[in-house]
Design a protein around this ligand. Structure first.
Ligand code: SF4
Length: 248
Protein backbone atom coordinates (compact mmCIF):
# COMPACT_ATOMS: atom_id res chain seq x y z
CA UNK A 1 0.00 0.00 0.00
CA UNK A 2 1.26 3.44 -0.84
CA UNK A 3 2.00 5.62 2.19
CA UNK A 4 0.35 8.99 2.60
CA UNK A 5 3.74 10.71 2.43
CA UNK A 6 4.73 8.96 -0.76
CA UNK A 7 1.41 9.99 -2.22
CA UNK A 8 2.17 13.59 -1.31
CA UNK A 9 -0.74 14.16 1.04
CA UNK A 10 1.57 15.13 3.90
CA UNK A 11 2.66 17.99 1.67
CA UNK A 12 -0.77 19.52 2.11
CA UNK A 13 0.05 20.47 5.70
CA UNK A 14 0.24 24.22 6.20
CA UNK A 15 3.25 24.03 8.51
CA UNK A 16 6.24 22.54 6.69
CA UNK A 17 7.86 21.55 10.00
CA UNK A 18 4.89 19.38 10.99
CA UNK A 19 4.72 17.98 7.47
CA UNK A 20 8.42 17.11 7.39
CA UNK A 21 8.26 15.58 10.86
CA UNK A 22 5.34 13.38 9.77
CA UNK A 23 7.12 12.46 6.55
CA UNK A 24 10.34 11.59 8.34
CA UNK A 25 8.50 9.37 10.79
CA UNK A 26 7.33 7.38 7.78
CA UNK A 27 10.71 7.43 6.04
CA UNK A 28 12.54 5.83 8.94
CA UNK A 29 10.17 2.84 8.84
CA UNK A 30 10.80 2.13 5.16
CA UNK A 31 11.94 -1.36 4.11
CA UNK A 32 11.23 -1.26 0.38
CA UNK A 33 14.75 -2.16 -0.81
CA UNK A 34 15.74 -5.64 0.42
CA UNK A 35 19.44 -5.30 -0.41
CA UNK A 36 19.77 -1.95 1.36
CA UNK A 37 17.75 -3.05 4.39
CA UNK A 38 20.05 -6.05 4.76
CA UNK A 39 23.20 -3.92 4.33
CA UNK A 40 22.24 -1.07 6.66
CA UNK A 41 21.34 -3.60 9.38
CA UNK A 42 24.44 -5.73 8.84
CA UNK A 43 26.67 -2.64 9.18
CA UNK A 44 24.75 -1.65 12.32
CA UNK A 45 25.32 -5.07 13.85
CA UNK A 46 28.95 -5.52 12.89
CA UNK A 47 30.07 -1.89 13.44
CA UNK A 48 33.49 -0.35 12.90
CA UNK A 49 35.93 -1.08 15.73
CA UNK A 50 36.17 2.59 16.70
CA UNK A 51 32.39 2.71 17.30
CA UNK A 52 31.83 -0.74 18.81
CA UNK A 53 30.36 0.74 22.01
CA UNK A 54 27.76 2.74 20.11
CA UNK A 55 24.27 1.74 19.02
CA UNK A 56 24.04 2.32 15.30
CA UNK A 57 20.92 3.90 13.80
CA UNK A 58 20.73 1.25 11.05
CA UNK A 59 17.61 2.70 9.40
CA UNK A 60 16.77 5.14 6.59
CA UNK A 61 18.30 8.55 7.29
CA UNK A 62 15.77 11.36 6.84
CA UNK A 63 16.45 14.90 5.66
CA UNK A 64 17.63 17.53 8.12
CA UNK A 65 17.52 21.29 8.38
CA UNK A 66 15.31 24.35 8.25
CA UNK A 67 11.74 23.55 7.13
CA UNK A 68 11.54 27.04 5.65
CA UNK A 69 14.77 26.55 3.69
CA UNK A 70 15.34 28.39 0.47
CA UNK A 71 18.46 26.31 -0.26
CA UNK A 72 18.46 22.52 -0.57
CA UNK A 73 21.65 20.48 -0.53
CA UNK A 74 21.37 17.13 -2.25
CA UNK A 75 23.90 14.38 -1.63
CA UNK A 76 23.81 10.74 -2.64
CA UNK A 77 23.14 8.37 0.26
CA UNK A 78 24.11 8.06 3.93
CA UNK A 79 27.56 6.74 4.78
CA UNK A 80 27.68 3.32 6.41
CA UNK A 81 29.48 4.54 9.53
CA UNK A 82 28.34 8.19 9.32
CA UNK A 83 24.62 8.78 8.83
CA UNK A 84 23.82 5.10 9.18
CA UNK A 85 25.51 5.21 12.59
CA UNK A 86 24.29 8.54 13.92
CA UNK A 87 20.87 8.83 12.24
CA UNK A 88 21.52 12.28 10.76
CA UNK A 89 22.67 12.93 7.25
CA UNK A 90 26.38 13.85 6.82
CA UNK A 91 26.89 13.40 10.55
CA UNK A 92 29.79 11.61 12.17
CA UNK A 93 32.20 11.31 9.25
CA UNK A 94 34.82 13.32 7.38
CA UNK A 95 32.44 14.30 4.60
CA UNK A 96 30.16 15.92 7.15
CA UNK A 97 33.12 17.68 8.77
CA UNK A 98 33.82 19.36 5.46
CA UNK A 99 30.25 20.20 4.64
CA UNK A 100 29.21 21.68 7.98
CA UNK A 101 32.43 23.63 8.41
CA UNK A 102 31.69 25.28 5.09
CA UNK A 103 28.04 25.89 5.96
CA UNK A 104 29.22 27.54 9.18
CA UNK A 105 31.74 29.74 7.36
CA UNK A 106 29.08 30.82 4.88
CA UNK A 107 26.39 31.53 7.44
CA UNK A 108 24.01 28.59 7.04
CA UNK A 109 24.93 26.67 10.22
CA UNK A 110 25.27 27.73 13.86
CA UNK A 111 28.34 25.53 14.47
CA UNK A 112 31.08 24.00 12.30
CA UNK A 113 30.72 20.41 13.47
CA UNK A 114 28.10 17.67 13.23
CA UNK A 115 28.74 14.66 15.43
CA UNK A 116 25.36 13.39 16.71
CA UNK A 117 21.64 14.08 16.49
CA UNK A 118 21.68 15.96 19.81
CA UNK A 119 24.78 18.11 19.31
CA UNK A 120 22.86 21.38 18.97
CA UNK A 121 23.47 21.87 15.26
CA UNK A 122 20.88 24.07 13.58
CA UNK A 123 20.71 25.18 9.96
CA UNK A 124 19.23 28.46 8.83
CA UNK A 125 17.73 28.69 5.36
CA UNK A 126 19.16 25.32 4.40
CA UNK A 127 17.86 21.74 4.23
CA UNK A 128 19.89 18.63 3.39
CA UNK A 129 18.47 15.51 1.82
CA UNK A 130 19.77 12.29 0.33
CA UNK A 131 18.11 10.96 -2.84
CA UNK A 132 18.69 7.43 -1.49
CA UNK A 133 18.00 7.25 2.22
CA UNK A 134 19.72 4.00 3.16
CA UNK A 135 23.45 3.38 3.10
CA UNK A 136 24.33 1.30 0.02
CA UNK A 137 27.29 -1.08 -0.30
CA UNK A 138 30.26 0.78 -1.81
CA UNK A 139 28.13 3.96 -1.81
CA UNK A 140 26.51 2.70 -5.00
CA UNK A 141 22.73 2.28 -5.09
CA UNK A 142 21.26 0.46 -8.06
CA UNK A 143 19.00 2.27 -10.50
CA UNK A 144 16.06 0.32 -9.11
CA UNK A 145 16.92 1.42 -5.55
CA UNK A 146 17.30 5.00 -6.70
CA UNK A 147 13.91 4.91 -8.36
CA UNK A 148 12.27 3.11 -5.44
CA UNK A 149 13.40 5.83 -3.04
CA UNK A 150 12.47 8.73 -5.33
CA UNK A 151 8.96 9.17 -3.93
CA UNK A 152 10.37 10.15 -0.53
CA UNK A 153 12.33 12.98 -2.12
CA UNK A 154 9.27 13.98 -4.13
CA UNK A 155 7.37 14.31 -0.86
CA UNK A 156 10.18 16.35 0.72
CA UNK A 157 10.29 18.70 -2.25
CA UNK A 158 6.53 19.19 -2.05
CA UNK A 159 6.95 20.41 1.52
CA UNK A 160 9.97 22.65 0.88
CA UNK A 161 7.98 25.15 -1.09
CA UNK A 162 10.30 28.11 -0.55
CA UNK A 163 13.23 26.50 -2.39
CA UNK A 164 15.10 28.77 -4.76
CA UNK A 165 18.57 27.21 -4.92
CA UNK A 166 19.53 23.54 -5.07
CA UNK A 167 23.17 22.63 -4.48
CA UNK A 168 24.00 19.24 -5.97
CA UNK A 169 26.99 17.51 -4.40
CA UNK A 170 28.20 15.39 -7.31
CA UNK A 171 26.74 14.24 -10.60
CA UNK A 172 24.30 11.77 -9.00
CA UNK A 173 22.67 14.63 -7.10
CA UNK A 174 22.80 16.87 -10.19
CA UNK A 175 20.91 14.30 -12.26
CA UNK A 176 18.47 13.72 -9.40
CA UNK A 177 17.68 17.42 -9.19
CA UNK A 178 17.06 17.61 -12.93
CA UNK A 179 14.76 14.57 -12.82
CA UNK A 180 12.73 15.99 -9.93
CA UNK A 181 12.79 19.70 -10.68
CA UNK A 182 13.28 19.80 -14.46
CA UNK A 183 12.96 19.26 -17.27
CA UNK A 184 15.77 21.43 -18.61
CA UNK A 185 16.63 21.08 -22.29
CA UNK A 186 19.31 20.64 -23.41
CA UNK A 187 20.40 18.83 -20.27
CA UNK A 188 23.06 20.93 -18.51
CA UNK A 189 26.34 19.15 -17.74
CA UNK A 190 27.52 18.69 -14.19
CA UNK A 191 30.72 20.49 -13.19
CA UNK A 192 31.98 22.15 -10.05
CA UNK A 193 30.41 25.63 -9.82
CA UNK A 194 28.13 24.87 -12.79
CA UNK A 195 24.80 26.71 -12.76
CA UNK A 196 21.55 25.85 -14.47
CA UNK A 197 18.19 27.57 -14.42
CA UNK A 198 15.36 25.31 -13.27
CA UNK A 199 11.66 25.81 -13.94
CA UNK A 200 9.89 27.92 -11.33
CA UNK A 201 12.65 30.54 -10.98
CA UNK A 202 15.01 28.13 -9.23
CA UNK A 203 18.74 27.66 -9.79
CA UNK A 204 20.77 24.46 -9.67
CA UNK A 205 24.39 24.78 -8.52
CA UNK A 206 26.94 22.00 -8.87
CA UNK A 207 29.72 21.15 -6.45
CA UNK A 208 32.11 18.27 -6.31
CA UNK A 209 30.96 15.89 -3.59
CA UNK A 210 32.54 16.29 -0.16
CA UNK A 211 33.80 12.70 -0.24
CA UNK A 212 37.27 12.02 1.11
CA UNK A 213 38.21 10.93 -2.39
CA UNK A 214 37.76 14.57 -3.43
CA UNK A 215 38.82 16.43 -0.29
CA UNK A 216 41.96 14.42 0.43
CA UNK A 217 43.22 14.72 -3.11
CA UNK A 218 42.65 18.47 -3.34
CA UNK A 219 40.06 18.07 -6.09
CA UNK A 220 37.70 19.93 -3.77
CA UNK A 221 39.23 22.61 -1.55
CA UNK A 222 37.57 24.55 1.26
CA UNK A 223 37.53 27.72 -0.82
CA UNK A 224 35.93 25.89 -3.77
CA UNK A 225 33.16 24.57 -1.54
CA UNK A 226 32.69 27.91 0.21
CA UNK A 227 32.50 29.55 -3.20
CA UNK A 228 29.43 27.51 -4.11
CA UNK A 229 27.64 28.51 -0.90
CA UNK A 230 28.67 32.16 -1.28
CA UNK A 231 27.15 32.02 -4.75
CA UNK A 232 24.00 30.51 -3.26
CA UNK A 233 23.81 33.40 -0.80
CA UNK A 234 24.16 35.82 -3.68
CA UNK A 235 21.36 34.13 -5.63
CA UNK A 236 19.16 34.24 -2.53
CA UNK A 237 19.83 37.92 -2.04
CA UNK A 238 21.63 37.34 1.24
CA UNK A 239 24.61 39.44 2.21
CA UNK A 240 27.91 38.23 3.58
CA UNK A 241 27.71 37.11 7.20
CA UNK A 242 29.25 39.20 10.00
CA UNK A 243 33.02 39.07 10.00
CA UNK A 244 33.18 36.99 6.87
CA UNK A 245 33.21 39.57 4.12
CA UNK A 246 36.99 39.64 4.11
CA UNK A 247 37.20 35.89 3.54
CA UNK A 248 35.55 35.94 0.16
S1 SF4 B 1 16.56 3.36 0.10
FE1 SF4 B 1 14.66 4.52 0.33
S2 SF4 B 1 13.04 3.23 -0.55
FE2 SF4 B 1 14.83 1.91 -0.16
S3 SF4 B 1 14.49 1.07 1.90
FE3 SF4 B 1 15.74 2.89 2.15
S4 SF4 B 1 14.24 4.56 2.51
FE4 SF4 B 1 13.13 2.81 1.66
Amino acid sequence: MRSSAAAGTVGAAADPRAGLDALNREVIQCRRCPRLVAWREQVAREKRAAFRDQTYWGRPVPGFGDPHARMLILGLAPAAHGGNRTGRIFTGDRSGDWLFASLYRTGFANQPTSVSRDDGLALTGCYIAAPVKCAPPDNKPTVTERDTCASWLTAELALLQGLRVVVALGSFAWDTALRHLGPVRPKPRFAHAAEAALPGDRVLLGSYHVSQQNTQTGRLTESMLDGVFWRARELLGLGATAGQEGQR
